[in-house]
Design a protein around this ligand. Structure first.
Ligand code: URA
Length: 435
């Protein structure tokens, strides 16, 4: 078949800081999905986009072309008590100890909003929601689209793997970006996330855009720009979209890994849990409820057990046993405080890399993860510690991993000096077009 454009011309346009035409964008995404544009050509184009950026028009068109590369789901058929149920979803740009989806999805569903949470696996130092949930014995990530709709109409929340039919162009391109150092580009991140969320067909969306050492965006102004672009993309596509800019300089909660993060999430659903995890879960739930037209205090449903009831039903719907014991690590090593004083820094990126090296994450997407691997933190910035007191427990099934994990923790914490107060929720971004 003769092609409409030549990939080399498209790459050259972007290399020379030009703007791609709508027709060029439609063609390159389609041709890459069908294999007519080679990986090495798409890599060059991704790097040119990384270096030279894209105009808003190009980002909008690129996102639409990725949506059009696959199927669109339809939640119109979800009804409860005879009327259509609102759907709402959350997406985080990725962090360390970020287990928020686990308590959030059942919490929001407890208020009658359906939560279709199509999630991914971890790659690099950030964990993946599906890897965490697979620590629950029997739990299955893969569901048919029909089953997703069925569970949403009964239990109200589903956390499962996105099917292969959803934005296949993004699946190919994301894997390529991961190995060509072209992940951290605003046009590419925004179009990647929003193509999947728009294709999924959710009615509203809250974005948790992370900023700090453990996030893709280290810098607040870049994170804010990313949030604005995504909020506008969602709003223009008819999805009520808001974003919270949240701190990712230190891990969320006290557990980083897989099984240990499930355990911590269950603690939050039982009305306890670390205050930062509770604060962010409640803030994101409030956004989702407000966008769905519900005025209620989400914290109530954590205290009275309603969110826990939905969690247990959700786990059972996907073959899991909510009462089963979670996997425990074969080996542990404890790191203690070398001196007494205030813990002033605990670096999210270093802790994330250490957890990954202990086996909680994967180096290549086909690698298995260790369900019990990770890190339990015993202190967070602001806490007073005594010399010799445990600061963190490293967990793995393969003790040969301890050495490299410990290397990556060098300089990961500071005792003494000035404590930099960092609010967890830095800003809220709404579309100027929707106000
Ligand atoms: N998450 C995504 O789905 N895509 C990106 O590009 C970055 C984070």
């Amino acid at each position: 078949m003769s092609e409409l454009f030549d990939a080399v011309d498209v790459i050259r346009t972007k290399r020379d800081r030009g703007a791609l035409s709508d027709a060029q964008i439609d063609w390159v995404i389609d041709a890459y999905t069908r294999g007519a544009v080679a990986d090495e050509q798409m890599s060059a184009l991704a790097m040119a986009i990384f270096l030279n950026g894209m105009e808003r028009r190009e980002i909008v068109r690129w996102t639409q072309a990725m949506i059009d590369s696959g199927e669109r789901l339809n939640f119109e058929s979800i009804v409860g008590e005879g009327k259509k149920i609102a759907t709402s979803d959350k997406h985080s740009t990725g962090g360390v100890g970020d287990k928020i989806t686990l308590p959030l999805a059942p919490l929001v569903a407890a208020f009658g909003v359906a939560v279709p949470q199509l999630s991914g696996r971890g790659l690099g130092h950030t964990g993946g929601t599906l890897d965490k949930l697979e620590a629950i014995p029997g739990w299955q990530a893969k569901l048919s689209n029909e089953r997703v709709v069925e569970i949403l109409g009964t239990t109200g929340a589903v956390i499962c793997a996105a099917g292969d039919g959803l934005a296949p162009a993004d699946k190919k391109l994301y894997a390529l970006r991961d190995v060509t150092s072209t992940v951290e580009a605003i046009p590419l991140i925004a179009s990647s996330i929003m193509s999947k969320k728009i294709a999924e067909g959710t009615g509203s969306l809250v974005l948790d855009v992370k900023v700090g050492s453990g996030a893709f965006m280290k810098d607040a102004s870049m994170a804010r720009e990313l949030a604005r672009v995504m909020v506008d993309l969602g709003t223009d596509a008819g999805v009520k979209t808001t974003a919270l800019l949240t701190d990712m300089n230190t891990p969320l909660g006290l557990a980083v890994g897989n099984a240990c993060e499930v355990e911590e999430s269950v603690g939050v659903l039982a009305g306890g849990g670390p205050s930062d995890v509770v604060e962010l879960t409640v803030a994101l739930a409030r956004e989702m409820l407000t966008s769905s037209g519900i005025d209620a205090d989400p914290a109530e449903a954590l205290k009275d057990g309603r969110a826990m009831d939905v969690w247990r039903a959700m786990v059972r719907d996907q073959g899991g046993d909510p009462d089963a014991a979670l996997p425990q690590p074969k080996e542990t090593v404890t790191i203690t405080a070398p001196e007494s004083g205030t813990l002033t820094e605990l670096d999210a990126y270093k802790v994330g890399v250490a957890s990954w090296r202990l086996g909680a994450g994967r180096a290549r997407k086909e690698d298995p993860v260790q369900l019990a691997a990770g890190i339990k933190l015993h202190a967070k910035p602001g806490d007073e510690v005594r010399e010799g007191q445990p600061l963190m427990t490293l967990m793995t099934d393969t003790p040969e991993r301890f050495e490299r994990a410990q290397q990556s923790l060098e300089g990961s914490f500071t005792i003494g000096g000035d404590l930099r107060e960092r609010p967890l929720i830095i800003d809220r971004i709404v579309s100027e077009r929707s106000e």
